[in-house]
Each structure stands twice: as C-alpha cells, then as structure tokens.
Design a protein around this ligand. Structure first.
Ligand code: GLC
Ligand code: CA
Length: 566
C-alpha cells in the first residue's frame, strides 16, 4: 500500500511563462499574466503549478540559461510579482513548484564571468575547463544542441564543457563549494515559500572525471558522450547530500528530469527509503519515436511498447516510489499531434490520452494548452522559429547539404516550438495572449481552439479534464489503487484494472488508441456484478453495464471509458 502524501494526490500544471499570458503588451508572457489566470487554474482544478524558469537570464535557451539564481528576469516582472504569485496560489489552496537548473548556468552568470578570467581565479573550478588535445577539443562529446560540447576560450587558451549550448557552461559538481552554493540557494527559495522543485537534467550533473572519448557511432566528428555524463557514479552521493543538506528539512515535492533511466534504475532515485527524489520524468515513452540517430530521426511508435513501458513502471514502483505521468511538455511536440489525431478526431483522441494520464497510479502533469487540445504548428518558413535546438539543427543540416524542405518537415513533427506557441485564450488577435507582437507566432487554429470556446462548450476537452481532476479528488482509488494490465497482446486497445483494497473498489479503464473501431472482450478471470460509468469521451456510452455487455464491446475511434465495478 503506497504511503499517503499530498504530492501523490496532486495534479500538476506546467506553465511555460513566456507563452502563457502577457500582461503589459511587450509580447512576452510574464508573472502578472500568470497571476491574472489563477482563477482559471483553480477552475480547472489543479493543485500544483510548476513554472519553467523565471530567473535572470539572457534567454539563449528561454530561461534554462540562468545568470542569477536569486533574481527574477526583468521581462517576467519583479520579486514582488513573484511573491504575489506565490501568495495568490497559496490563498487559493494551490502550491508552487519552481524549475531548478543546476547542471549548468548561463555564460553571463557572475561565476562564469569570473571563472573565465584566469586559471587561478577562485571561480575557475566552478566549471569544467581543460586544455585542448593536439589543437582540438579535449574529447569528442557532442552538445545536445549540435556541434562539439566544448568551447575554446582564447583568454586562457582552454576549453570549457557545455552539454547544451555554448552559452550554458556545465557546473563542476565535484567542487564542494559549488554544491554548497546550490544548496544555499535552494534553501533560500524554500524559505521564501516554494513548495518544490522540478530538477532540470539532474542525472547529468556527475561527469566521469576522466572525460573519456565516446565510442564512434556515426560519421560525425562529435559523438554523444551520454554514457560518461548521465547517471555518473557520483550522482548517488550528490543527491543524497542534497537530501541531507536541504530536502529533508522541508515538506516539498521533487521531480527529477532524467533521461536514460528505466524503471529498474528509477527505484534508486525514488525509493522512499533512499531519501533522494519523489518522482522522475523518464524518457522511455517520449523516445519511442526516436530513430537510431536520435530525436531528429523519425520512427513510428507502437502501442505494444507503450503498454510494456507504462506497465513496467507501474509494477516496479508499486511498492515504494512514485510515478509521474506526462505525454508532453515544453521540449516535445503536442501530445494530441504526436500520439493522437489532431484533425478528424482531435477532441476524442485528446480526451482518450487525458484519460490514460489521469487513471494510472502516479501524479499526472498537464502541460499548458493540452487541456484545450492545442496542436503542433507549421510555420511557413524558418524565420518564424525561435528554439535554439531547432535553429542549430537546421543550420547544421544546411551545412551538410540536407534538403531545407525535408528539414522543415522534421521540425514540423519534432521541434520544441510546437509546444511553445502562445496559449490560446480566445479568438481575438494573437489569441488574447498579448496586445503587442508575440515573441513567437500564435498557431493559426486559435479561432477554433481556445479557452473561451472550450469553457462555453460542455463537451469540450477542457470540461473533460475538469471532470478527470474531480474524479481523482473524489476517489482515492484513482491515486493509490494498484494496476493490472488486461489484454497485453491487443495491438489497438489499452485496458487495465485499478484496485484499492481499502474499500474494495475496482476501476476498469478501456482505451482505443486508434481511429479504427475495434472490439473489447473482457478476459474470463475478471468478474463483477455491475459497472457504473464514471467518464467517457462519447456522449452515449452505456451508463450501467453488466459482465455480459463486455463480452463483445465495440469501441469507436479513440473511444475511452472508465467504469467503477462492484
Ligand atoms: C531540459 C529542459 C530544456 C533545456 C535543457 C537545458 O531538458 O527541459 O528545455 O533546454 O534542459 O537546460
Ligand atoms: Ca510581458
């Protein structure tokens, strides 16, 4: 039986502040914009708000390059605005989770500015500097954002490591002073009333001190060296130290962003007896459509893998630890475009996917706009794109004589800007996001897809989310019940039972993941008297069923239904 905790019972909503709501007409979303929408979040029913970084930043990577951890980015507002946001949330019974980006800083951070000045500067060792090897980079690692992971600095004739852009130098976690600076900063925010942290690329902080070359896998001079900086041996020690120095002193929620972590490894991070993190964002689902060459290489995903991965996490973390569920965020395409159908069955498939996220054991995360079924965007030319990862890939592709049209097609499908177009509030110009010129264009479908429309339409995706969130509040079974996969081999249906011993309730979830109709046949071993419908994405689903009804049960395109059995 999982232990009860507030963050297990929560539904988390993620805001990408630049794209949520602009309050002063400069085209960039800001804190006052968020404050003006707190009643909307309350109406939606969420209990925790996670905001992507709002700290001082030159915005090379939209705030994930921090130049001052204790100040608010001028474009976002002031510390007084941040305090008003905190109080506005707390007075409405919601909590605030901040992004913690401590694998790297901005190159404009005072620490880095000092660090680069001389080899004996007291801040030199805050970052990872190395001399070149025979006039080349210290090793062959590639940056997540294309090119080498090393940048040469002529001032001291050495290279520094940057796993992300060259303006995001990696901090040296082997330096105790760096770690203690970070712990102090975390305590400072927690003392200001922050309720938790989402920890950016937290399993990349511990580099292999030898910094060895990555074995070559393709013809590029630079090779992704993940095996030497993801889940490094000292990661364990650093996370435990962070727990002892900071986390154990507060009742907070922590969720680590961890690429290359499977359900077996996850237990080392989130096992309740290890005292490290509460939850992880793993990448197993979101990398199902990555080809052998990674993100920009397309591959079709299959439901069989989906079911296998989720079931594995559900089972492995059932006793100790906790799952988080999300299918999109600011780094990925829109979930309805990626795993559903964003044309004919946009509404049905968005609701079906939402049903999955809210009926598994774990904490669901909603990314802004998914609750109204926002879709991917197709900007007519590369000038409209803003994301550094996308732009770097495009530039490198052109250098390697790739076809620009082909590059654009893959950007349409995979680019991060798909999720970063402004939140669509209403059908007025720029979707009610700003009175000025938005920093990135609004998706042209905002006249049909927007919050105002969704609020007025009782059958909207938005109302469906509200109902799911309400059900989770009403039935602890949704949160704590155990999980049993049904029809593991079915290629089109995802179905499972959730059971909670405490009050002998059982939930039956049936999801058709595709646009073809199909038939659900209840396995022999599942028996019950009557089933009462709690939620469904078609208006005329049978409100009460008996076992016989499920022996030959037709599912329409993307149909989802959830029954409470007794
Ligand atoms: C994480 C963030 C992403 C950012 C990167 C570097 O993956 O989610 O947006 O670019 O880390 O901080
Ligand atoms: Ca603004």
């Amino acid at each position: 039986m999982p232990k009860k905790k507030w963050w297990k019972e929560s539904v988390v909503y993620q805001i990408y502040p630049r794209s949520f709501k602009d309050s002063n007409g400069d085209g960039t979303g800001d804190l006052q914009g968020i404050i003006s929408k707190l009643d909307y979040l309350k109406y939606l029913g969420i209990s925790v708000l996670w905001i992507s970084p709002v700290y001082h930043s030159p915005n090379v990577d939209n705030g994930y390059d921090i130049s001052d951890y204790r100040g608010i980015m001028t474009e976002m507002g002031t510390m007084a605005d941040w305090e008003a946001l905190r109080d506005g949330l707390h007075s409405r019974g919601m909590k605030l989770v901040m992004d913690l980006v401590v694998n790297h800083t901005s190159d404009q951070h005072r620490w880095f500015q000092e660090s680069r000045l001389s080899k004996d500067n007291p801040y030199r060792d805050y970052y990872i500097w190395r001399p070149g090897k025979e006039g080349k980079e210290p090793n062959n690692w590639s940056s997540e954002f294309s090119g080498s992971a090393w940048e040469y600095d002529a001032l001291t004739e050495e290279y520094y490591l940057h796993v992300f852009s060259k303006n995001q130098p990696d901090l040296n976690w082997d330096n105790k002073t760096v770690r203690y600076e970070i712990y102090d900063m975390m305590k400072w925010w927690l003392d200001k009333g922050v309720d938790g942290f989402r920890m950016d690329v937290i399993n990349m902080i511990a580099k292999d001190p030898e910094l060895p070359d990555a074995p070559p896998v393709n013809s590029s001079p630079y090779q992704w060296g993940g095996e030497f900086f993801i889940n490094g041996p000292r990661l364990r020690y650093y996370l435990r130290e962070m727990h002892t120095k900071v986390l154990c002193k507060y009742d907070l929620m922590t969720v680590g962003e961890t690429r290359w972590v499977d359900a077996d490894m996850a237990r080392f991070f989130v096992d309740e007896y290890r005292h490290e993190l509460n939850m992880l964002f793993h990448f197993e689902l979101l990398e199902l459509d990555y080809g052998p060459d990674g993100k920009w290489d397309k591959k079709a995903w299959e439901l069989a893998d989906f079911k296998r991965i989720i079931s594995n996490w559900q089972t492995k973390l059932a006793e100790s630890g906790w799952n988080s569920h999300f299918l999109s965020n600011h780094d990925h395409p829109r979930m309805v475009s990626r795993f559903g159908n964003d044309t004919t069955y946009r509404v049905e498939s968005a609701k079906m996917l939402a049903t999955l996220l809210h009926t598994l054991q774990g904490t669901p995360y909603i990314y802004q706009g998914d609750e109204i079924g926002m879709t991917n965007v197709r900007f007519p030319s590369i000038e409209h794109y803003r994301d550094i990862e996308t732009l770097n890939m495009y530039e490198e592709g052109l250098k390697n004589s790739k076809d620009p049209q082909e590059l654009r097609e893959i950007i349409y499908e995979k680019g991060r800007d798909n999720a970063r177009t402004p939140m669509q509030w209403d059908d007025s110009p720029h979707a009610g996001f700003t009175d000025g010129t938005p920093w990135i264009n609004v998706n042209s479908n905002y006249q049909e897809i927007n919050v105002e429309q969704a609020q007025q339409d009782p059958s909207s995706i938005l109302h469906y989310y509200r109902k799911l969130i309400e059900l989770r509040r009403q039935y602890p079974l949704f949160v704590y019940g155990d999980y049993k996969l049904l029809l593991p081999k079915h290629t089109q249906i995802y179905s499972y039972l959730r059971r909670w011993e405490e009050n002998a309730e059982t939930l039956l979830v049936i999801l058709n993941f595709f646009e073809e109709s199909t038939t659900f046949i209840l396995p022999e071993r599942v028996t019950f008297q009557t089933g009462r419908l709690l939620i469904a994405n078609y208006p005329d689903t049978n409100p009460v069923i008996e076992m016989a009804d499920l022996k030959d049960f037709t599912l329409r395109p993307y149909e989802a239904c959830v029954y409470l059995l007794d």
